[in-house]
Design a protein around this ligand. Sequence first.
Ligand SMILES: Cc1cc2nc3c(=O)[nH]c(=O)nc-3n(C[C@H](O)[C@H](O)[C@H](O)COP(=O)(O)OP(=O)(O)OC[C@H]3O[C@@H](n4cnc5c(N)ncnc54)[C@H](O)[C@@H]3O)c2cc1C
Length: 386
Amino acid sequence: MNESARVAVVGAGAVGLTTAFDLAERGARVTLFERDAPGGGTTGRAAGICYDAYAEDIDVAVADRAMDRFRSLSGEGEFAFHETPYVFLAREGDDAAAAALEESVERMRVHDRAVSLVDAGELADRFPIRTDDVLLAGVAENAGWVDPAAYVDLFVEKCESAGVEFRVGDAVSLRVDPPGVAADDVVTARFDAVVVAAGVHSRRLLADAGHPIALRPYRAQALVADCDYRGPTVYDATAESYLRPHPAGVLAGDGVEPVEPDPDDWDPTADDWFVTDALDAVRHRTGIGGFDEATVETDSPVDRAWAGLCGATPDRNPLVGAVTERIFVAAGWHGHGFMWAPAIGERLAEAVLGDGEASIPDAFDPRRFDGDEEFAVVEGMTLDGD
Ligand SMILES: Cc1cc2nc3c(=O)[nH]c(=O)nc-3n(C[C@H](O)[C@H](O)[C@H](O)COP(=O)(O)OP(=O)(O)OC[C@H]3O[C@@H](n4cnc5c(N)ncnc54)[C@H](O)[C@@H]3O)c2cc1C
């Protein structure tokens, strides 16, 4: 495809915005379709945690590039990358998590990641968090957090400067042959290629066009609470919960909810049980009190609490690349889509305009599945198999 190709991108989340910009930068004429507002999908609900602490070489390569790009963007507009180590830990008594953690750290180090294995004492020497329940921890230095809304604002601006045309307000459907996009069943325009970056909605869009993909939505939750927390980002593999510093205090979240949500009819507000558990987890790890009996509604330290939909695949690798010659998808991030977006946008733009999927790992090929697979959802931060 030549570089002045006309390309439609469906979805203005972190992935669609970055891809649209990277396509336009390479000379493509890009139209970006978004049914809500840019960042109005899962991206606007992300915690913004970023790290390169992966055990697989392909994940390391993607995360490494994404971290470099986050850093180089830091300072543009309101966007800032906040350097913050990522601590992942297993508690006393959880030998399975400790063994998985140890193995993961060894593999990360094979790929030259700046990750160390520490015991409770070493962790306590370095960070102001509770460590007396810690059996083993990993500390990744190449890590930080960003405000996802600031990333969205920055990329809307960059897209506009690069000439991307925004069509906001309509949910579109997909036409495959020839590639096109339709609103209310009327084809709005034909394109040389279409990139579907519609988050968990990508499944329905592609299935309706005759190309089912192996993607399952799951609901994850987070909250922001007022307090004075200046420690690292922490993932507790035993409790399956995480927290990170936030300008208001702390942002805390959890993993997978077992019931599959309907992407068109789900509850975006946080559950009371989640708020209670998340505040317990913050109190436990930081030692900061004052969270007793808090709920979202009552007078409490909770600034805001919310839910969002993530996408899972059978093997925990995303679906990135061509589903047919000129229709591409980028979805199925297991909660890592925000931190990977800066690298995925580039690789996808190259694949759309270049010779096939040269820069996208085979392990991400969406056609590796039929699309009708049954599988259980495993949350992205889980250590075994990472
Ligand atoms: C609570 C929570 C915390 C998270 N924390 C992190 C984190 O710390 N780090 C991290 O890396 N990831 C995190 N994630 C995951 C991350 O948010 C997602 O992986 C990422 O935002 C996916 O981006 P996306 O662009 O693929 O999808 P989305 O942001 O969902 O964008 C898709 C867009 O497509 C639009 N769309 C859908 N259908 C159509 C249609 N038919 N026509 C037009 N537009 C359409 C939607 O409106 C949406 O704006 C978290 C997720 C949640 C829920």
